[in-house]
Design a protein around this ligand. Structure first.
Ligand code: GDP
Length: 701
């Protein structure tokens, strides 16, 4: 086994907003020696949250990765900390980072405990099988209750918490923790060392009984996970060593059987170092996890092992535009190695590119590397054409790692630069932003001429736009969020379009006859078939006709929303010897498209979301009632522990503001996640309403 990999941890810190994720990360950076000034979040200087509006909102949005080093038993470990965003609207970012990390530290507030959003994050980690440890933070706060939180982890999250520490003192008198495995107290002294100095001492008298009880519980739970240790426990319990216990805890954590729980107070600089020890002790290294698979050029599934000598393969998981070095691409290397300055293949674009620099990131500081090896995470510079989720690999060994699938941007907002001179700057800024975030797109609404941005949710767009305006110093006005509909035709019809214009000199002439209707199943975009006979339309004009239809599809006839797919079969036409040219045919196709669509029973398509609602059983009746009113269809219902899980499909237009509705119905206990599922035709009355709302008058269609 690679010694280097045994000493590598790729972890994420996950939490409900406000639980103290940023503060905890910041302390970790400090104690690992890479950060020399502790930045308090409330002062807005914490290192991970380096984007101004994140500091203002006090939430962490970006998924930047930071590398730190930590010594345990005189061995040096490299820990890559992947910053996971904590807000529901950023589930894609959270899931994206969950894919590339190996383990997680889940931070809870000792007062708030397991809050709805912690449940969401926890369930996402369950989905990706991410081994976890828990850190119950804010032990210094009034009302701090460590054991209550542990109980909630068991009850609400259905996990098996393993108490490996108990707090010494509480609230204002919180001093440190008892390490139950070592049977020792760790006490932080209030001095100028920002918590760097602490004492290892005997367990205080007052806690002896409690420590004995919890230590016994701990050992009993651990030995149950390992037959050998269990035998030893019954024959000679005293001979069990801390190392043996740790090894079994590690195995059980990685196999998702147990979740070690620690506690402390990041803000007061107490008990953060043991969390770093626990990351090393209990969270997996890249070799501990099930293998990753990719697809080779012959469509065979191949295993990708974290082997330095294998061909290089990596997955990009985050793109950020850095004000100094330009485009920074964060990637995780799954196999082989990559030397800075050399070439790689981007399998998704099919292009060979050169990565000029590899940087190991410490939040917004950067350390250049000459090479990067399997199992490691870094940022690269020099990319031209890349998107999040692309596979980078050895030019001679193409392999596609499982791609990250991004949801369709389903919410849109019209925006406008307040100052005329900012108009161009705004378009450039939008272009850069959409490069960084594949779930963010922009375009011009053909009906209104407005600039429209689209994203995954209201908050997503809010934050992206905020960031954009701030970073590029552009003042914008924004409209209200709207659903990004699509359009389609539901019948196949025949249509003839004659385009004729006689101006002073040479005129325009194009004549086409075609069938227009829904595309065949599974076809995306324009399915264009030229079935003309005998050269009635010269071959040179055919591409112009196809082009005309293709661009016309961007604007449907009902409300100007794009059509995802369409079939056009060109059957006949004629030309004028002098007046016909390619442009005439392109224009004829555009006009013909609009006239034909009106006859082909156009329909609006609305985004349907796949929604998962989790709640204690008591509230399920009310939740279902409310969902019915939102035109939701229940597809599945299941029980998870004492929780009920509802799987429903619901139209996005009915789900605006659902977060607060659910909170009200379930007294804050219900959580939900929502992702795009598909487009569907709404009932006719709904379409009429939507058209009326947008156009301001009734349309016959
Ligand atoms: P995040 O949203 O999870 O990243 O949380 P932050 O690290 O931004 O912390 C949220 C708030 O809780 C900030 O005002 C912190 O100063 C405060 N905080 C963080 N850790 C502690 C702690 O250990 N004790 C107390 N009392 N407050 C804390």
């Amino acid at each position: 086994m690679s010694d280097r990999l045994l000493h590598t941890r790729n972890i994420g810190i996950m939490a409900h907003i406000d639980a103290g994720k940023t503060t905890t990360t910041e302390r970790m950076l400090y104690y690992t020696g890479t950060n020399y000034r502790i930045g308090e979040v409330h002062e807005g200087t914490a290192t991970m949250d380096w984007m101004p509006q994140e500091q203002e909102r006090g939430i962490t949005i970006t998924s930047a990765a930071t590398t730190v080093f930590w010594n345990v038993n005189d061995q040096k470990y490299k820990i890559n900390i992947i910053d996971t965003p904590g807000h529901v609207d950023f589930t894609v970012e959270v899931e994206r980072s969950l894919r590339i990390l190996d383990g997680g530290v889940v931070v809870f507030c000792s007062v708030g405990g397991v809050e709805p959003q912690s449940e969401t994050v926890w369930r996402q980690a369950d989905k990706y099988g991410v081994p976890r440890i828990c850190f119950v933070n804010k032990m210094d706060r009034m009302g701090a209750d460590f054991f209550h939180v542990v109980n909630e982890i068991k009850e609400k999250l259905n996990a098996r918490p393993l108490i490996v520490q108990i707090p010494i003192g509480e609230e204002a008198s919180f001093k440190g923790v008892v390490d139950l495995l070592e049977n020792k107290a760790l006490v932080w002294i209030d001095d100028d060392s920002q918590g760097e100095n602490f004492e290892e001492c005997e367990v205080p008298e007052s806690l002896l009984q409690m420590v004995k009880e919890y230590r016994t519980k701990l050992i009993e739970t651990v030995v149950e996970e390992d037959e050998n240790l269990m035998n030893k426990y019954f024959s000679d319990a005293e001979s069990i060593t801390v190392e043996e216990l740790k090894a079994v805890i590690r195995k059980a954590t990685i196999n998702l059987k147990l979740v070690p729980v620690l506690c402390g107070s990041s803000l007061r600089n107490k008990a953060v170092q043991p969390v770093l020890d626990a990351v090393v002790d209990y969270l997996p290294c890249p070799l501990d996890l099930p293998p990753v698979y990719g697809t080779d050029t012959s469509d065979n599934k191949v295993q990708v092992k974290p082997d330095e000598d294998a061909p290089f393969s990596a997955l990009s998981f985050k793109i950020q535009i850095d004000p100094y070095v330009g485009k920074l691409v964060f990637f995780r290397v799954y196999s082989g190695k990559f030397v800075a300055g050399s070439q790689f293949l981007n399998v998704n674009t099919g292009k060979k590119e050169r990565m000029s620099k590899i940087l190991q990131m410490h939040a917004n500081k950067q350390n250049p590397l000459t090479e990067i090896l399997a199992g490691d995470i870094a940022a690269g510079v020099g990319f031209k054409d890349i998107r999040t989720g692309d596979t980078l690999c050895d030019v001679a060994h193409p392999i596609l790692l499982e791609n990250i699938v991004f949801p369709e941007p389903v919410v849109k907002i019209a925006i406008e630069a307040k100052k005329q001179e900012d108009v161009d700057k705004l378009t450039q800024a939008l272009e850069k932003t959409s490069e960084e975030d594949p779930t963010f797109t922009y375009g011009v609404d053909s009906e209104t001429g407005q600039l429209v941005v689209s994203g995954m949710g209201e908050l997503h767009l809010d934050i992206v736009l905020d960031r954009l305006m701030r970073n590029y110093n552009i003042a914008c006005s924004k409209g209200r969020p709207q659903v990004a509909y699509k359009e389609a035709v539901s019948e196949t019809i025949k249509h003839r379009e004659l385009y004729k214009k006689q101006t002073g000199g040479r005129g325009k002439f194009a004549d086409i006859e075609f069938e227009l209707g829904p595309a065949d199943d599974g076809v995306n975009g324009l399915q264009f078939i030229d079935d003309t006979k005998g050269g009635v339309i010269p071959a040179a004009f055919i591409p112009a006709i196809e082009k005309g239809f293709k661009s016309a599809m961007q604007n449907g006839v009902l409300l100007g929303y794009p059509l995802n797919s369409l079939k056009v079969r060109l059957i006949d036409g004629s030309i004028h010897e002098v007046d016909s040219d390619a442009l005439s045919f392109e224009i004829a196709a555009g006009i013909g498209f609009r006239n034909a669509c009106r006859k082909a029973k156009p329909v609006l398509l609305e985004p349907i979301m796949k929604v998962e609602v989790v709640s204690p059983a008591d509230y399920i009746g009310d939740i279902t009632g409310d969902l019915n009113q939102r035109r939701a269809q229940i597809t599945k219902m299941e029980t998870r522990g004492h929780l009920q899980v509802l799987h429903v499909n619901a139209p996005l237009s009915e789900m605006f503001g659902y977060i607060s509705a659910l909170r009200n119905i379930s007294s804050g206990r219900g959580t939900f996640s929502m992702e795009f599922s598909h487009y569907a035709v709404p009932p006719r009355t709904i379409t009429e309403d939507v058209i009326y709302k947008i156009k301001g008058y009734k349309v016959d269609f």
